[in-house]
Ligand binder design. Structure first.
Ligand code: 5AD
Ligand code: SF4
Length: 426
């Protein structure tokens, strides 16, 4: 989401006459687009801000701006403690050019949240792009208020972007050679445009509209909340070859008691039913998840419930975190962060070890199978090899031959680790 937002900011400043550079020493303005979701993300940003402050000692005109969730959460504190010149929240990026003009005299702060800003008219500037895969933001904000999560406070009310502008952006990317788009939102399943009207567009309709642009354009999405993932969406994924057979379905915990405290609005059993529905409708679907270890009051039994659910779902991959208390969230107000750090880490390690086993098992099952792979670039280890992903989002490495970025290649898997598949083109 931040990568996509930075591309919106890139377009806004470019339009105002600025040039973009990747070289911090060359830059007259440095923006840090930030995440507040866990404490360690914020700590890393603060370290970077100290580095940038020392650059300013050699270059007095250098401006440093903090964008995104930390800007929204900490506001003037960032000016006082980290001496930044600009603090701009996720809904105020259009103000950046005017704030920059005034920043010589006073710090510029704009952190108002909006109920309708979607930057729908802005065509993002691609940054660090491979020229093959791209993100498209389809909605902003979140109103789920999971009790541990700061996002509803930093990104504001949920709002969907005009589907016409989404389809136009995808068409334009396809024309420019891109072959895969990932539609992004905190909870894409609640995407809705013109609700209740004749021309209502829900998320399944939107996926269909994007899939119909061209069979050579792959479509992915992230993230779906299990509570409102519909059968209609699963049917749409199954119907189109170019909608990737991959779902990221954050579990957070396998214990119904924890899920209730987390305000996730589904039980263990309901989550299992979603997994069953996915397996039934899309038998070859790749599956990944997010898991939090050591949430408030989590017992060893709750933790075992998470491990057993991981086995049930047989995830191909997962993002796994220690619980990190965020101020002002419901959990911070209502529950004690009572699992000691060491114990959280012990549970997290068990979760990570199990996931490694599950990933290896899943990859071993793919040895001998043939997949269509979209080539994304050169393998990091060997320049004679390329890498790409299959529909299930697994990375496959193979010999380059005459293939190029953006090609679709049929690859037979010959070997694997828990993280990667290796194969030969056929
Ligand atoms: N502590 C740890 N992990 C968190 N996440 C969100 N908030 C927290 C928190 N306070 C994780 C969730 C979410 C992912 C994006 O980040 O697993 O799905
Ligand atoms: Fe946070 Fe829950 Fe919204 Fe995801 S759905 S952004 S975890 S509040």
């Amino acid at each position: 989401m931040n990568a996509a937002d930075s591309e919106v900011v890139g377009a806004i400043v470019k339009q105002a006459g600025y040039e973009l550079t990747d070289d911090v020493y060359e830059a007259d303005v440095i923006f840090v687009n930030t995440c507040s979701i866990r404490e360690n993300a914020e700590q890393r940003v603060k370290k970077r801000l100290i580095e940038f402050d020392s650059l300013r000692k050699k270059k007095s005109w250098l401006k440093v701006g903090v964008l995104g969730c930390m800007a929204e959460r900490l506001q003037t504190q960032l000016v006082q403690e980290c001496k930044v010149n600009l603090v701009v929240g996720p809904d105020s990026y259009r103000d950046i050019p005017s704030l920059l003009l005034q920043a010589d005299n006073q710090p510029g702060i704009s952190v108002e949240l909006s109920t309708d800003e979607t930057y729908s008219d802005i065509n993002p500037v691609k940054l660090h792009s491979d020229g093959v895969t791209a993100f498209i933001s389809i909605m902003r904000g979140c109103e789920n208020f999971c009790s541990y999560c700061v996002v509803p406070y930093t990104r504001g009310r949920e709002r969907s972007r005009d589907p016409k502008t989404i389809v136009d952006e995808a068409k334009d990317l396809f024309k420019r050679g891109y072959r895969e788009v990932t539609l992004l939102g905190q909870n894409v399943n609640s995407y809705i445009w013109n609700k209740g009207c004749e021309d209502e567009v829900d998320f399944a309709c939107l996926m269909e509209m994007v899939a119909q642009i061209d069979p050579l354009l792959r479509v992915r999405f992230s993230t779906s909340h299990p509570k409102d993932m519909s059968q209609k969406l699963l049917d749409t994924i199954a119907k189109y070859d170019n909608i990737c057979k991959f779902i990221h379905l954050p579990l957070q915990s396998g214990s119904s008691r924890m899920l209730k405290l987390m305000n996730r609005k589904y039980t263990r059993e309901e989550y299992m039913q979603k997994i069953d529905a996915i397996r039934k409708t899309i038998p070859d679907c790749g599956l990944s998840t997010d898991i939090i270890a050591g949430f408030c009051t989590e017992t060893l039994e709750d933790h075992q419930d998470t491990l057993s659910m991981m086995r049930y779902a047989a995830y191909d991959s997962a993002f796994m975190f220690n619980y990190s208390q965020r101020s002002n969230t419901l959990a911070a107000k209502k529950y004690e962060d009572d699992i000691p750090y060491q114990e959280k880490t012990r549970r997290l390690e068990q979760i990570i070890d199990l996931q490694r086993e599950l990933s290896l098992e899943s990859n071993k099952k793919d040895v001998g199978k043939v997949f269509e792979v979209l080539v994304e670039g050169e393998s990091k280890r060997k320049s004679s090899q390329l890498f790409g992903r299959n529909s299930q989002n697994k990375v496959i490495i193979f010999d380059r031959k005459d293939f190029q970025k953006g090609d679709y290649v049929k690859v037979r898997v010959t070997d694997c680790t828990s993280a990667t598949l290796f194969g030969e083109t056929i």
